[in-house]
Write a protein that binds this ligand. Sequence first.
Ligand code: HEM
Ligand SMILES: [Ca+2]
Ligand SMILES: [Ca+2]
Length: 306
Amino acid sequence: QLSSTFYSSTCSNVSSIVRSAVQQALQSDSRIGASLSRLHFHDCFVNGCDASILLDQGGNITQSEKNAAPNVNSIRGFDVVDNIKSSLESSCPGVVSCADILALAAESSVSLSGGPSWNVLLGRRDGLTANQAGANSSIPSPFESLANVTSKFSAVGLDTTDLVALSGAHTFGRAQCQFFSQRLFNFSGTGSPDPTLNSTYLATLQQNCPQSGSGSTLNNLDPSTPDTFDNNYFTNLLINQGLLQTDQELFSSNGSSTISIVNNFANNQSAFFEAFVQSMINMGNISPLTGSQGEIRTDCKKLNGS
Ligand code: HEM
Ligand SMILES: [Ca+2]
Ligand SMILES: [Ca+2]
C-alpha cells in the first residue's frame, strides 16, 4: 500500500529536505538522531504509524501519548519534527504527513550516524486521536521479561528477528539511570547486582548512578561507540555489557532463539544492517492510515481545525 515514490510528483525533494534538517540538528545535538529514531518506534507501536505520539494534550486530545509513562520526561525531538514540518509546508504545503516525517527522520538519523540507508515507504496519513492507555500498555518497558517483550512485538506483527534487529537501535542514544538502576545493587531482591552485568561495566554504572543519586542522569546505551550506528550493541551483549535488562536478556536467556541472532549480528555487521532495514520497513508498515483516512496535519502537534 505504501510506496517509495508516493511524493514524487507532489514533493519530490521531501527526502533531502528531511535529511538536511536532521543533519543540521545533529551539529548541535549528537543525540538527536537516536531520539528521532525512537519517536518513530513509539509512534508505530500505538495506533500504528500515524503520528499519534506528536499530538499535544488539549481540546479533543484529553490524554496525550506524550504524557504516557514510556514517553513523559523521556521521549524528545519534537522541536526538530516541527522544524522539518515548517520547511515542508514552505516547499510543498499540505502534502507530507507527520507520520511520514517520522519514518523519513528515522532513516536519515540512522544513515547519517554511520548505519544503512534505505528507500522509505511513504503515503501514511495522520491520525485523529491519541491513545495514552495504548502507549502505557503496548510499548515495552525495560524491566520486562523477554517473553513479555516478545509478545508486545508479536502483538504488532513483529517477530523475534525484528525484536533483535530493532533492539540494535540501542547502538546510539542515552538512557537515564532510573531505567537500569534496579540491576546495580539489589537485583530482584537478591541483595546483589544482576549477575549478567560485566563487573568492570557494573563499577562504572554504579559510579554514574549511585543509590542516592538522581534517576535522570544520562548514560550511553552503547559504551563503546555512543553516537555511531554500528553492530557494537551486539558485541557488547556478548561481553555482558548490555545496559538495559531487556537488552542483555536477548543474549543471556538460556535456550532463547534470540541468542543465535545476536551472535550472527555481532559477527556480521552487514547481516545486522540488512535485517535492521527490513525490520524498520516492517515496523513502518504497522497499520498505516492511507487513502482518505485521517488527514495531513498542518501542525504536527495539533489536529487540523483545532
Ligand atoms: C525491545 C524493547 C525496548 C525497550 C524496553 C526499550 C527501552 C528504552 C529505554 C528505557 C530507553 C531510555 C529512555 C530514557 O532514558 O529516557 C530507550 C532509549 C532508546 N531506544 Fe529503546 N527500547 C526498546 C526498543 C527500541 C526500538 C525497537 C528502537 C528503535 C527502533 C529503540 C530506540 C531507542 C533509542 C534510539 C534510544 C535512545 C533515545 C535518546 O537518546 O533520546 N528502542 N529505550
Ligand atoms: Ca501512532
Ligand atoms: Ca554504536
